[in-house]
Design a protein around this ligand. Structure first.
Ligand code: DWN
Ligand code: SAH
Ligand code: ZN
Length: 408
């Protein structure tokens, strides 16, 4: 345990609790083994002793992660498509129904949510720095600027489009180390009665499920209601609602508004109480997770080694960003896993970051001779195991690794 500088939010003391060592970028899939210059950085996580914000202790420059070849396509999961259609409809009905208000989305990716907003005839603007996915959303008729959202961009949006009634963001705000600039920008961008709604993986779920693989380069912050409330209040914003979401392994949707402009829902105090009872702001909690990480990785390597000795063919399913942390920290490479099945065109034919396990088209999974499949996309377990039900029917077994290593 060591102190590693200061908190990105409050400048308080940041205590580093777990060091994953040298890690590759989680969404960078080399074309072949000979590719030189795979980028590595030190992945370590810590907690601020003042505002309790859980955060990485080192930052990867944003342009290295988010660029024209960013491979993650949000529409790759049918369940997530539905989640965003439902979310868009709810936002339109609750906050934009009778207004000519502006809707802004930060990190709109391939337009998975924005398409529904556009179809509802709402004035909208997506902010998406990764050109490849931004183009996909433009092809679907959405208005998108290829930019990184920050304080300066907020001013330009207001100049060109006016203030926003609703700003939405999913799985993006926790990716932005310069959160203070984002929150300052929000104060500029929101109209007086407006709302900023964002959802990200919840630290409470990460602790409960020991889903430590949610810690990787892109996930700079692991939020709680407490840490979000504190960050918001430093920038003239107020946490007015929290709502758990059963996606990506457990998220929370936070609503912020300009201080004093909206009633605060009782859900906020309820969640703050639960967090206190579960010790989410304490150093100890993160240290216990650290011991869990070593236990899980040790057990998984042992299981995979035994399966290999027994002559079983082991593959994995889902070339997730998350799995970079698991595979590289545990030292699981192509000796233990034959290949990784995935449906994303930009990942098929490439290699997994750091471990260089080959990625193959998931269309071939049902005809494969795999005996065991490690489910790296555990957050899509229902969708994947029901789509691939023949695998079980012919005797195949799924392995998961959180909260502990087990057959599914
Ligand atoms: O926060 C982030 C989330 C939203 O998405 C980003 N930083 C990056 C990315 O993280 P991830 O890669 O861990 O997300 P997923 O959604 O768990 O990735 C699922 C992977 O599995 C994708 O590569 C698509 C693939 N997949 C598949 O091959 N067949 C997924 C489904 C549902 C399927 O049926
Ligand atoms: N909202 C989608 C995409 C999440 S992936 C979903 O929930 O599935 C994270 C996205 O955030 C990427 O598309 C990335 O390019 C984008 N992003 C990263 N930093 C950003 C920033 N500063 N402003 C806007 N988008 C950003
Ligand atoms: Zn702090």
């Amino acid at each position: 345990m060591k102190s590693n500088g200061s908190c990105r939010i409050c400048n308080g003391t940041l205590i580093e609790t777990f060091d994953f060592g040298r890690q590759p970028l989680s969404d960078s899939f080399p074309a072949d083994d000979t590719v030189a210059g795979e980028f590595f950085f030190r992945l370590a996580v810590g907690i601020c002793t003042d505002c309790t914000m859980v955060q990485l202790t080192e930052e990867v420059p944003r342009e290295r992660m988010f660029h024209e070849d960013y491979p993650y396509h949000s529409s790759g999961s049918v369940r997530m498509q539905q989640h965003f259609v439902d979310t868009a409809k709810q936002l339109v009905n609750e906050d934009l129904a009778d207004s000519d208000g502006l809707f802004v989305e930060i990190g709109s990716n391939d337009g998975v949510l924005l398409k529904t907003i556009k179809s509802a005839g709402v004035r909208h603007l997506g902010i998406e720095p990764s050109v490849g996915v931004a183009e996909l959303s433009r092809a679907a008729g959405c208005r998108v600027w290829t930019e990184f959202f920050d304080e300066e961009l907020a001013e330009r949006i207001v100049k060109s489009e006016g203030k926003a009634t609703v700003v939405f963001s999913a799985n993006t705000i926790c990716h932005i180390p310069y959160l203070t600039s984002v929150l300052n920008g929000m104060r500029t961008l929101l109209e007086p009665g407006g709302v900023f709604v964002f959802e990200d993986p919840y630290f409470g779920d990460i602790i409960e499920k020991r889903s430590f693989d949610q810690i990787y380069d892109e996930h700079y912050f692991l939020f709680t209601a407490r840490s979000v409330q504190e960050a918001a209040s430093r920038h003239g914003l107020e946490l007015v609602n929290v709502e758990p979401q059963a996606v990506h392994g457990g998220e929370v949707r936070y609503s912020l508004s300009l201080q004093g402009t909206r009633a605060v829902s009782p859900s906020v105090d309820e969640m703050l109480e639960t967090e206190k009872a579960h010790g989410l702001g304490e150093l100890d909690t993160l240290q216990t997770l650290g011991r869990g990480i070593d236990e899980i990785c040790g057990a998984l390597v042992k299981l995979l080694s035994n399966l290999k000795k027994d002559g079983r063919k082991v593959v994995a399913y889902g070339a997730t960003a998350k799995s970079a942390t698991l595979l590289n920290y545990a030292g699981i490479d192509r000796e233990l896993i034959h290949s990784v099945y995935d449906s994303t065109p930009a990942k098929i034919g490439r290699l997994m970051p750091g471990t260089h396990i080959p990625i193959v088209d998931s269309a071939g999974f049902r005809d494969s001779d795999a005996d065991i499949a490690l489910l790296l996309a555990w957050n899509h377990a229902e969708e994947i195991t029901s789509m691939e039900r023949e695998f079980r029917q012919r005797g195949g077994k799924w392995v998961v690794y959180q909260p502990e290593v087990n057959f599914l």
